[in-house]
Design a protein around this ligand. Structure first.
Ligand SMILES: Nc1ncnc2c1ncn2[C@@H]1O[C@H](COP(=O)(O)OP(=O)(O)OP(=O)(O)O)[C@@H](O)[C@H]1O
Length: 714
């Protein structure tokens, strides 16, 4: 019983598609989480270290300057002066994410270390000059060391704040080529660095003066407030150039740019998925998203394509890089798919500038999981997927569905006014009756149900087809008495189960019998009622049912004053304008179905609309029972007799299910030809020997024969 208690709410895949939550990256497949530590500063520090520890003075900590002080010749040692350093720094190129930005002297803020020139010993200097030189060397060394330490601290602070915001920084692959980063005073220099150092060309030394490095690494305050700028089609770098801004502003501009992009992406996604249009497209989109992109996208997502944007990684947000799409898939975009893709990006509510529309196409987010659709419904945590529509009723649709374990069920979905207590009570009544009859194999089995916000779901045993479909298909076939007998018996057995449980179905019609694995079963207890004990009839305050198959008593309103209490107490409480139905009403309906099996239509089908109801109610309108069908086929008497008994106007004179089951039509006598031959021969022989046979004798003989024939009843 607990199986039928109410559970969770329905989750139809109508909306709220569970998108991955990954930020659509669109064309921005640039990796923003790259760490700038990997490029400029390590090289500078390597150079600084090398400068101090040059010429194989491993572990001494003195390096190049010490040798200079000692006046030792150093063939590879370059002449370094602050002017040269400034020149180099002002022309140094530091490459971020594959796209170089040439720093201008104006962009960096040079702070000369010293104005004094440092010469190498080949120039030959006086002791005073040497002393002066040593002092300057020491000053330079101290300055470099202190600056480097400061930078390290800055870097640490910066990276720890970045970890909190962006997750661990990813190292660029170029770092591996660069070799190990040297700490000040380190004596080992990577091969790469050694080679670079041996070449005094400024272009081969990506050197930036400590002052410049500081300017790059340390986040500076923005010169302007960029929060309201309109980028249009420009990326941050293009914007920077277009507005002649110093490159130090790039991180701030980039930050604003990516925040704007993120917000736009989120808005687009929300707007898109909240439309019903998206529902329709969701399934095809799942396919499309895995294979379709626009030509623009194609360009931007091509793996070989250089990243479009250059950003200062320290402040740029880190959207997840969009997975690359294989070239082969990109090239196989069908026209239809493109159309759908474009359609899915149309904004219903708002007209947007042309360039933004294009961007929406770019930011299509791939959906990697199967999106829930309107084809599925979850009932009490079990998901059912629609296979096909089986049929519809007044306010319901019945679907063939695939449920847990790939089992097939019939899912009846009824839409009702959740605030209408009568409807709710009716549905609960139907559920209750189905539960009462759940052990009967002539009643369709109810597995589960759920009532939720004006919707009722019934998960039932699934039939292959209903009797109405069967009759329609045989409409042009010749009369088949065996077919009628078979289905009449099946039908009556269904009704028997219901009546035995003291239930009146009240709405029997061919569509309410379904064939489940070759067995006829009864469905739809929507207006069925349990008949209280010691009561023959029940009284309705509404007239419901299917007129073609409804009994006269179910149509005639009882418009009489309450009768005095009878022995059964049945009529004493009958109010005005009610309709009486009982088990005989189901027999009437059964008679109508049999009639339709023989003549192709129910008894009053010749009347239309209102006049049909009047005809059924009017005792003067007699039902015709032709002995032959329209095609001239003879109708067996036993069948005609049965139909007549079912369609008795007086419910009390109508046959019961037991009588039908025992009747000659459903239980005919079947004898062989030899039996008949013997019977005739014996009767004639007996008569020839008798001069006179009394009527009593004949009756006795007849009863004897009939008694024996019972053995031959089917
Ligand atoms: N369990 C089932 N297996 C197969 N088909 C079914 C099943 N239940 C219902 N159907 C199909 O769906 C149709 C409508 O179902 P049902 O009669 O339960 O709806 P309804 O709303 O109660 O109909 P009405 O209002 O006409 O009485 C049936 O005629 C039958 O064809």
């Amino acid at each position: 019983m607990s199986k039928y208690t109410h559970h969770s709410r329905t989750r139809i895949s109508a909306s709220g598609e569970d998108r991955t939550g990954r930020s659509p990256t669109g064309g921005n497949n640039t990796r923003y989480d790259e760490d700038d530590d990997n490029i400029g500063p390590p090289q500078l520090s390597n150079f600084g270290s090398a400068l101090l520890a040059r010429s194989g003075d491993s572990g001494t900590g003195t390096g190049l300057l010490t040798r200079m002080q000692m006046g030792e010749p150093t063939a590879e040692a370059p002449t370094v002066n602050t002017h040269t350093a400034d020149t180099m720094s002002s022309h140094s190129q530091f490459s971020m994410f594959g796209q170089g930005i040439e720093r201008t002297a104006a962009a960096a803020t040079p702070r000369p270390l010293s104005t004094t020139t440092v010469h190498d010993e080949h120039t030959g200097r006086s002791p005073i000059a040497s002393e002066k030189l040593r002092g300057m060397q020491q000053q330079m060394k101290d300055e470099l060391t202190s600056k480097y330490t400061e930078r390290r601290i800055n870097r640490m602070l910066l990276s720890s704040s970045r970890i909190g915001r962006l997750g661990p920084a990813k190292r660029m692959s170029s770092l591996q080529n660069t070799g190990p980063v040297q700490s000040p005073g380190s004596v080992s220099v990577s091969a790469t660095n050694t080679r670079n150092l041996s070449d005094p060309s400024p272009m081969n030394h990506p050197i930036i003066s400590p002052t410049n490095t500081e300017a790059i690494e340390r986040p500076t305050e923005p010169l302007n407030d960029y929060s309201n700028i309109d980028f249009g089609e420009l990326n941050p770098l293009q914007y920077l150039k277009a507005h002649n801004l110093p490159s130090s502003e790039l991180p701030h501009i980039s930050k604003v740019y990516f925040e704007k992009r993120k917000a736009e992406i989120r808005r687009t996604a929300l707007r898109k998925y909240s439309t019903s249009k998206e529902l329709l497209l969701s399934r095809s989109k799942y396919i499309d998203d895995n294979s379709v992109t626009t030509p623009e996208n194609n360009e931007q997502h091509t793996p070989q394509q250089p990243p479009a944007l250059v950003a200062a990684p320290a402040l740029a947000p880190a959207p997840v890089a969009e997975p690359r799409r294989p070239e082969s898939i990109l090239s196989t975009i069908s026209k239809g798919q493109k159309k759908r893709q474009a359609l899915s990006n149309l904004s219903i509510n708002k007209k947007e500038p042309e360039h933004k529309k294009t961007k929406k196409v770019e930011i299509q987010e791939p959906v990697r999981h199967r999106a829930p659709t309107s084809n599925t419904v979850t009932i009490n945590d079990k998901e059912y997927e629609r296979i096909e529509l089986l049929g519809r009723g007044g306010s319901s649709k019945v679907y063939k569905v695939k449920g847990p374990g790939n089992k097939v069920y019939a899912l009846k979905r009824v839409l009702f006014d959740e605030f209408d207590e009568t409807s709710l009570a009716g549905f609960k009544g139907e559920i209750d009756l189905l539960q009462r009859l759940r052990h009967e194999d002539r009643v369709v089995h109810l597995y589960d149900y759920m009532i939720d916000q004006g919707l009722l779901y019934l998960v039932m045993e699934c039939g292959d087809f209903d009797l109405s479909q069967i009759l329609n298909r045989r409409l042009s076939d010749p009369l088949d008495v065996e077919f009628i007998r078979y289905y009449a018996r099946e039908m009556i057995q269904c009704i028997k189960v219901v009546h035995d449980a003291d239930i009146v179905h009240s709405d029997l019609k061919p569509a309410n019998f379904v064939v489940v694995k070759g067995k006829l079963k009864i469905i739809d207890f929507g207006i069925a009622n349990a008949v209280p004990d010691h009561t023959v009839n029940i009284y309705r305050d509404t007239q419901i049912g299917t007129p073609n198959y409804m009994a006269p008593e179910a149509l005639v309103a009882l418009n009489m004053p309450p009768l005095p209490e009878s022995n059964s107490g049945e009529r004493s409480h009958v109010p005005k304008n009610t309709w009486k139905v009982g088990k005989p009403s189901d027999i009437w309906s059964c008679g109508c179905i049999l009639y339709q099996m023989v003549y192709g239509r129910p008894p009053y089908a010749g009347y239309q609309g209102q006049s049909r109801l009047l005809a059924i109610m009017n005792p003067d309108v007699q039902i015709a029972y032709p002995e032959r069908t329209e095609r001239g086929e003879a109708v067996p008497h036993s069948l005609l007799a049965l139909i007549r008994q079912c369609l008795e106007r007086d419910p009390l004179r109508r046959c019961t299910v037991e009588e039908v089951l025992r009747g000659p039509f459903l239980r005919p006598v079947v004898v062989t030809e030899f039996f008949l031959r013997d019977l005739i021969k014996n009767a004639v022989t007996f008569g020839a020997k008798q001069r006179h046979v009394s009527d009593d004798k004949i009756d006795a003989l007849t009863n004897d024969v009939l008694g024996r024939l019972e053995e031959f009843r089917m």
